[in-house]
Design a protein around this ligand. Structure first.
Ligand SMILES: [Zn+2]
Length: 396
């Protein structure tokens, strides 16, 4: 709640967009707490924060836990923040109990997870994992043309530590579910075994601008007809792959976009997701076949532009097993599930054994100022994290 006062919005949410003054204040508070807990804090060149509680075996790869402190412009109190502060709570609990661990424990806060100000999302864990190079990460711009590198320097978080190359024995990210499933099932814990894959496209359908009154219907090359011919079968394709497939048409933009002109161009933003790479590939092929058929039937041009492709991720079986054991030992009802949203853990899983824990959020709401969680669920999630981190920090 103290963290949620930084960037607090009148509707009870949080605006702590990446590398804003509020983000700096949140980082400062977090680091103060980490130092009070005896952690050694380092910041890398992407502004990622690593707070280390030293173990006995200082040369051994550490166990990592964390998430992100940045928010959406009208975000909630818990998205990301909960996972960072719960990881710090693990450290504080070990301190309170006077427990040393064999491996060191690192609490991580990743820069610009949300992507709300600087696209793409998860860019800094992406640089850490080698998905993007450092220059790419630092040169991402906000809508005003300010770069991540400039803004990191401005708020004093352009660290000197090289990005990546840190070796972890295991890594965990605890996060609110951002969906309705755990709440509906009355289970406090989600053991996240993987993250579904996503493909983003811009579908550009080109016809010809024409007068809405004087051009006979039969003479028109209307791209909206192309949307009708392609989107209906695309929804049928998604329906044929339920319950796991997800199809979203997030934007349809007609140009010139006036009431009395047949548009010359229609751009349609498509988001398709599935946890199975093979089926996501089938959905992709299905979309292309639908467009080919529509292009044969109509005097229109269909261009499909690939915007983003994130392959489905299967988390580390050892980390998943540690979470399963932790939930069972605590007698907490757990559901094994696949994440519908992307997280820093997706990139981290490429360079470290990784898994995630979810807890329910009220009405499944997230990216919303009304985002809310129960204290009992927050405690349950942190308890599972503590047990799993401890098991990994002691085991071999
Ligand atoms: Zn998040």
């Amino acid at each position: 709640m103290a963290m949620a006062q930084i960037g607090a919005t009148p509707k009870g949410g949080v605006n702590r967009v990446a590398l804003s003054d509020a983000d700096k204040a949140g980082r400062d508070l977090f680091i103060e707490w980490c130092q009070q807990a005896g952690c050694q804090v380092e910041v890398d060149q992407m502004g990622n924060i690593f707070a280390r509680r030293a173990g006995r075996g200082t040369d051994l790869p550490a166990v990592a836990a964390g998430s992100h402190l940045d928010s959406q412009p009208t975000g909630g109190k818990f998205d990301g923040v909960y996972g960072v502060l719960a990881a710090l709570e693990v450290v504080e609990t070990l301190n309170d109990l006077g427990l040393e661990t064999e491996r060191s424990i690192e609490v991580i806060s990743w820069t610009n997870e949300e992507g709300a100000r600087f696209a793409p999302a998860m860019v800094s864990s992406g640089v850490f994992a080698g998905e993007f190079d450092l220059d790419y990460g630092l040169s991402r711009q906000d809508p005003e043309g300010k770069t991540i590198g400039e803004e990191l320097a401005r708020i004093g978080y352009a660290g000197s530590l090289p990005v990546g190359g840190r070796d972890y024995h295991a890594a965990f990210e605890l996060h609110i579910e951002q969906g309705p499933i755990l709440e509906a099932q009355g289970r406090p814990i989600g053991i996240v075994t993987g993250v579904q894959g996503a493909r983003w496209y811009d579908l550009v359908i080109t016809g010809q601008e024409a007068h809405a009154g004087s051009t006979p219907m039969a003479r028109r090359r209307d791209p909206v007809q192309g949307a009708l011919a392609s989107l209906a079968p695309l929804y049928e394709l998604a329906a044929a792959h339920q319950p796991e497939a997800r199809l979203t048409i997030g934007a349809l933009t007609a140009e010139p976009g006036v009431v009395n002109t047949v548009p010359g161009r229609l751009t349609i933003k498509i988001d398709m997701r599935h946890p199975d790479a093979e089926i996501l590939g089938q959905l992709d092929a299905g979309l292309r076949a639908i467009l080919d058929e529509a292009a044969r039937a109509l005097p229109l041009n269909f261009e499909l532009i690939d915007i983003w492709h994130s392959v489905p991720v299967a988390f580390d079986p050892g980390c998943v097993a540690a979470l399963r054991a932790a939930a069972a030992a605590l007698d907490l009802p757990a559901l094994e599930m696949v994440s519908g949203a992307g997280h820093d853990a997706v990139y981290l899983s490429r360079v470290a054994p990784t898994a995630m824990i979810f807890i329910p959020c009220k009405d499944g709401l997230s990216h919303n100022e009304a985002e809310s969680i129960e204290k009992s669920d927050a405690t349950a999630g942190a308890d599972v994290l503590l047990r799993a981190v401890l098991a990994m920090a002691e085991g071999d």
